[in-house]
Ligand binder design. Sequence first.
Ligand code: GS8
Length: 217
Amino acid sequence: MGIKVYGSPVSTCTARVLAVIEELGLEYELVPVDLSTGEHKRPPHIERNPFGQIPALEDGDLVLFESRVITRYLVRKYGKGSDLLKEDTPVEAATVDQWIEVETQHFNGPVSAVVFQHLFLPLFFGGTTDEKAAAAEAEKLGKVLDVYEVKLSKTKYLAGDFYSLADLHHLSYGHYLIAATPHGSLIHSRPHVKAWWDRITSRPASKKAAAGLVLSI
Ligand code: GS8
């Protein structure tokens, strides 16, 4: 019984999990969960994730939800000694944890709001982009990326001079920010953030994972 990912390749949180799977070179099966019919809110998916969201992972007897927990599990189980968490060195591991937390607490909120306004709202909910709300979130995101710009002027990646989950966790929302909103310049106008973005997206695993992120309006 191999790794099964329940989700959708166009979902940012599913793509986060697929990015680490590609990075580790693991075999897996993507089992589609159709959000448009509410499949995620009904059994059997609701038993995999009681919050009725995607993705969920099945690996043997283990069933896990929360994309950033799934990525850490996969690295711990299948990526021993890899730089993705740097668990062998407590100081570097703490730095990876810190920037993983920064993505979750500071980057994810505004970037997901901008992508929601420009992509998911019109595409899935038939709504119209609230330009004012989107611009306010874009401004917040810019302030977060100002902090990244300073950090990335000192190291090649967020946690140091090695690629880690802290970087990888940004791929899917960053992709849609550039491909599906008018706010891609938030990344491209900051030279160190841009160089970091080019570095992390040019990895073969990142390209493979991004291939599923095909939504546009
Ligand atoms: C968020 C999951 C989520 O928002 C995680 O796994 O990281 N913190 C969780 N999933 C969205 C799809 S976005 O990729 C989802 O399932 N939305 C449908 C819903 O909430 O009803």
